[in-house]
Write a protein that binds this ligand. Structure first.
Ligand code: IPD
Length: 272
């Protein structure tokens, strides 16, 4: 067991190196041609050979530099020491936006976060197609290309561009669509771009005003939510709960409560 608590900055440097190499692999494999390797929760929830290869690469790279840490990934689940035996846990989504990746849409990313004692302290999200990269450390701010990020200053929900996403289960999607249909008259517009980690990073720099989604897994939001929070967004669930599978809302302070209340009234965290 590794008793020392590494600095967030140190973990971020590792994360950035590993994510860059991982994104390069995903980019190369995309150029060589992609097909569905398997399906997961439903027939639309696909996994490509690249998802698997990239996660393996990330796990191997982390093992080389930090052999005592735990790793939790989208494709292979938990690895490393028993739960609770490591202070550091890495959370990886090898390709967030897998469907975009499959279709050659330039909106997919490697997402890698480091937790210390259960708190995310460092995160990087790197767009596989464009090379855009967002980073954050807890208390140290959020950055893209060396520039510190600040979220939107929008204060009026009716003027807000709001991102969201859908799960893969048809019943869940139907519920999410009903919530969306009731929300859209009350906001500027909605974007569904297909990669939660990137949506959170776009909100961090005001290219979206806010974002919400039900059903996200830790690997979808661990890094992006830190980027968003460090850029000034409030990131939480309903009724003071932490963000999680029931709902994640990321909104500038002035927009959080109105968006929260509308989503609560629409039962956004309910349904399958
Ligand atoms: C998905 C994307 C999508 C979101 C889904 C996620 P994946 O992740 O982030 O935008 O709406 O909920 O599952 O499957 O592409 O890694």
């Amino acid at each position: 067991m590794d008793g020392s608590a590494p600095r967030p900055r140190e973990l971020l440097e590792i994360a950035v190196d590993v994510a860059r190499d991982a994104a390069a692999t995903a980019h190369r494999m995309r150029a060589e041609g992609v097909s569905v390797a398997a399906t997961k929760s439903t027939v639309t929830d696909v996994v490509t050979a690249a998802d698997r290869a990239v996660e393996r690469q990330v796990v191997d790279a982390l093992r080389r530099v930090r052999p005592h840490d735990a790793v939790f990934g989208e494709e292979y689940g938990a690895g490393g020491p028993e739960a609770g035996a490591a202070r550091v846990r890495w959370v990886v989504d090898p390709i967030d936006g897998t469907v975009n990746y499959l279709y050659g849409l330039p909106y997919c990313a490697v997402s890698l976060a480091a937790e210390v004692d259960g708190e995310v302290v460092a995160g990087v999200v790197r767009n596989v197609a464009t090379g855009e990269e967002w980073t954050a450390t807890a208390g140290g701010g959020a950055y893209r290309g060396g520039e510190r990020l600040r979220c939107s200053g929008e204060t009026d929900l009716s003027q807000a561009l709001v991102g969201t996403g859908f799960g893969y289960d048809p019943g869940r999607r139907a519920h999410q669509a009903r919530v969306l249909a009731e929300l859209i008259p009350h906001v500027r517009d909605i974007r569904r771009q297909g990669a939660a980690a990137l949506d959170l990073c776009l909100a961090a720099e005001g290219r979206l005003d806010a974002y919400y989604e039900k059903g996200l897994a830790a690997w979808d939001h661990a890094a992006g939510a830190l980027v968003a929070a460090e850029a000034g967004l409030r990131v939480a669930g309903l009724g003071g709960l932490p963000p999680g599978p029931d709902l994640l809302i990321a909104a500038p302070p002035a927009l959080f409560q109105p968006l929260h209340d509308r989503l609560a009234a629409l039962g956004a965290s309910g349904g399958p």
